[in-house]
Design a binder for this molecule. Sequence first.
Ligand code: FE2
Length: 278
Amino acid sequence: MSAQIINIADYPVDNLSSADAQSWVRQVRASLDQDGCCILPNFVTAQALEKMARQAHSIAHLAYPGPTEVSPYFFNYQLGHGEDLPGTHPVKYRGKRNLAQVAADLIPPEFLLSQLFHSDLMLDFLAAVTGQPIYRNQDPYQSLNISIMNQGGCQQWHFDSGTMVTTLLLQEPEAGGIFEYAPAIRSDTDENFDAVQAVLQGNSDRVIQNRLQAGTLSLFRGHYSLHRVTPVEGQRQRIQAILGYSTRPGLYGSKESSILHYGPRVSKIEAVTPFYTE
Ligand SMILES: [Fe+2]
């Protein structure tokens, strides 16, 4: 089934040992290494995309809006803690977040998006790209999400907690809703706050814009690259799926994060591993 969802004519994920596929995988890896980002347009077939978007629309009313003012560092509140920092410092910044997310447990398993997420072809492809075994996030809510942005919808500048994020754009807006990022602006040893502050204040020349088309799969190293989505313009919603893949097996999100992003209905679950995703 997943071989009919993925555009295997352009992306030979079903035959990764072929010379064509190996050449393509090298290109993906090089793009990730160089830009922290790889954009794969028309990753799913037109027929599958049409059905995926229709299915996403049918459950869009289940999306929960979540927080509206968010730090670039999410839950990493200990960053800068106890230091006497000016109000303009990045750790004190709060950006506007205006989107709603459908949690994984509300996405029916028969939906094409669920089938794609659970396809071993995706694990094999991502493992080939990263050179490491890849696992699905096991969290009942955070593993697979559909993000809905209405007119004015946006996502604030932020870093991801996970090392790589995999997204599939299901519907593009009429205008706006542009993905912007400052590649590799921080590292494990240097938060590079001055450069981050320049991006937050709109004074940076490091920002790259990507106007994504529906059907595009994006691989993005958002842990080191500050990124956002600009406000959506027009009536057509921006609809994006976030597929939770990781190099860590058995990954669950935190209870606190799930309650915040999917609402109090998820409070009955127990936290398993203190690791945060978005
Ligand atoms: Fe992100």
